[in-house]
Design a protein around this ligand. Structure first.
Ligand code: ATP
Ligand code: MG
Length: 402
């Protein structure tokens, strides 16, 4: 007998009705991808649980990986037994004894997925509880606040006993909500927005606007490193590096200074939209937070947003900077974001951008551009880099830019 399984609970997932099957498949796929290095493990699925059979693989590193996979509500190391009263009793006693820590009080919480089992839930709780009491020395029962909650899941093919729940990352399995294009700048906010979108099941494509020589290779590296951090929560991510210098220079020449920022954002959005169409995405994700800077007033957003019909997800819109920074710390992106390299917008930021830009005005100013051609040109020269979370590989390089 041994703690040779990990039992995984889905939480929110189990309420998803007929999508359940897809969700479970996706979660199982995501788990497999994360722990593929442990070649001996086996994953078994049922409609409301997943079981990892360790087959001798160490549990610590696997537990660590599981904690960052979305769609898992909680999980536990488990002892597997036959679905027979005597086996379950023995298993429960073993599970308590084998714990690496000592508790003073316990309770038994039995749950029967297999309704035909010979004992009902109360009888099971009693049988297991008294067996533990009889065979241990200083344990007493406390049903309200026990040190150890001995959870017993009776299923038709086997039963599982667990004594400690480990909190999962929550959310939905990445990929179950479709694909979104994350506009990733290198600042503090956008990686946090990406993380929160992944948490709701969105698979990410990253777009970054890059303006050499005004921004350096190190600024690009920052974006790659931030993306690398995001892969820990899901999957390999493609970064689309859009050459943005020509557009920024054109804006600088053509647009009155207090509207340059508005125009810049509109071009970014249109380009992100083009990339989204190519990649089969459904939404654009940004790190905007209301009132933070001139481009993030409601008036500004309305004028910028006008250029697309695609839904824009702004996970941080109502958050304070301190709340955003707390998450950035948690997901380990803050230090990277704080590295002192300029992004393309800081350099071209006007002294006093309009906080209430008018749609008619910007449309008039931009009417002197061949917008479509400018966008097409930037998209055609976009470089795609794949961040696997293991190493950064060049997937394709359509044109040598620099
Ligand atoms: P961040 O910390 O993410 O840079 P911010 O508060 O600095 O956000 P802005 O610089 O105004 O805000 O940018 C607003 C949003 O526009 C960013 O969160 C990001 O989603 C997007 N964005 C800005 N600059 C770039 C860029 N160079 N490449 C890609 N997206 C960008
Ligand atoms: Mg920024």
């Amino acid at each position: 007998m041994n703690y040779d399984h990990i039992l995984i609970r889905f939480g929110e997932l189990s309420t998803k009705g007929r999508n359940r099957k897809l969700f479970i498949q996706r979660l199982s796929h995501n788990i497999k991808e994360k722990i593929e290095n442990f070649s001996k493990i086996k994953i078994e699925k049922s409609r409301d649980r997943m079981f990892i059979k360790l087959n001798g693989e160490p549990h610590e590193p696997i537990i660590e990986k599981l904690q960052s996979i979305f769609g898992i509500h909680s999980f536990s190391l488990a002892v597997k037994t036959k679905t027979e009263v005597e086996d379950i009793k023995k298993g429960a006693l073993f599970a308590v004894h084998a714990l690496p820590y000592k508790g003073k009080t316990f309770k038994v919480t039995a749950k029967r997925a297999f309704k035909q089992f010979e004992l009902d839930t109360n009888e099971l709780n009693y049988a297991i509880g008294s067996h533990i009491l009889r065979n241990t020395e200083d344990l007493t029962v406390n049903v309200k606040e026990p040190d150890i909650n001995v959870r017993v899941e009776v299923r038709e093919d086997a039963s599982y006993i667990t004594c400690k729940d480990i909190e999962g990352a929550g959310g939905l399995p990445v990929g179950t909500s479709g694909t979104g294009v994350l506009m990733l700048s290198g600042g503090i906010d956008s990686p946090v927005a990406g993380y929160l979108a992944m948490k709701r099941g969105i698979r990410l494509e990253v777009v970054h606007f890059f303006s050499p020589p005004y921004t350096s290779e190190r600024a690009k590296q920052k974006v790659m490193d931030l993306t690398e951090k995001l892969t820990a929560f899901g999957h390999a991510i493609t970064v689309h590096i859009v050459p943005f210098t020509d557009i920024q220079v054109a804006i600088q020449k053509q647009i009155p200074e207090n509207y340059t920022m508005t125009s810049t954002r509109r071009f970014m959005l249109k380009i992100a939209d083009k990339i989204l169409q190519k990649e089969g995405g459904l939404a654009i994700i940004t790190g905007e937070s209301l009132g933070q800077v001139a481009s993030q007033t409601l008036e500004s957003m309305a004028t910028i947003n006008e250029v697309t019909q695609t839904p824009i997800i702004r996970p941080l819109i109502t958050m304070d900077k301190t709340e955003i920074m707390d998450i950035a710390k948690q997901i380990d992106t803050l230090d990277i974001s704080n590295r002192p390299f300029e992004d393309c917008c800081t350099i071209f930021t006007p002294a006093s951008p309009k906080t209430k830009p008018k749609k008619e005005k910007i449309n008039f100013y931009e009417s002197f551009f061949d917008t479509e051609k400018m966008i097409e040109d930037a998209v055609n020269r976009t470089e795609k880099l794949l961040v696997t979370g293991k190493k950064t590989e060049i997937e394709s390089k359509i044109n040598d830019l620099f």
